[in-house]
Design a protein around this ligand. Structure first.
Ligand code: ATP
Length: 133
């Protein structure tokens, strides 16, 4: 089976580097399914799960926005934050979710704080979802 080299990098350092048969991720323009020899592209990513497939199993990574760069034999994900599913601290994400929900109740929709809380809530929900996979 042909493989792609996949690296996931954040400002804190590398999160993962390994060979996979397929990468699925959610760009702002829609879902991307990447196999070896894909045409080169760069796309912004949403707060979402990256699915990495090899040898009949799938690894999941929660990404908090960033970019994916695709080359025929390489996929690089540059993310603001990224965690492998087994490294996610679910209690922390649940606390972040509660904090964000509280802020959304008190902030006004036009406030910067409201927008920040919405994005924090998305990050927390994404982590909770990915941690169960
Ligand atoms: P919190 O309010 O809990 O810090 P956050 O969404 O504001 O959440 P980020 O700013 O996105 O956190 O991330 C800061 C750092 O903490 C990153 O390195 C990220 O990977 C890590 N991180 C955040 N939440 C979790 C979590 N639930 N489990 C593991 N690592 C986490």
């Amino acid at each position: 089976m042909k493989t792609l080299n996949v690296s996931v990098v954040t400002p804190d350092g590398p999160v993962l580097e390994d060979a996979y048969e397929m990468v699925s991720c959610r760009a702002e323009s829609g879902e991307l399914g990447i196999l070896p020899n894909h045409i080169p592209l760069v796309a912004p990513l949403t707060i979402s799960a990256v699915r990495l497939k090899k040898e009949g199993h799938t690894d999941f990574i929660a990404v908090s926005g960033g970019f994916v760069e695709v080359r025929p034999d390489q996929v690089t994900i540059l993310a603001q934050a990224a965690e492998q599913s087994e490294e996610i601290d679910v209690d922390r994400a649940k606390q972040a979710q509660e904090r964000a929900e509280e802020r959304l109740k008190v902030a006004k929709a036009e406030d910067l704080d409201f927008k920040r809380a919405q994005v924090a809530l998305e990050r927390a929900r994404n982590r909770i979802e990915v941690s169960g996979k």
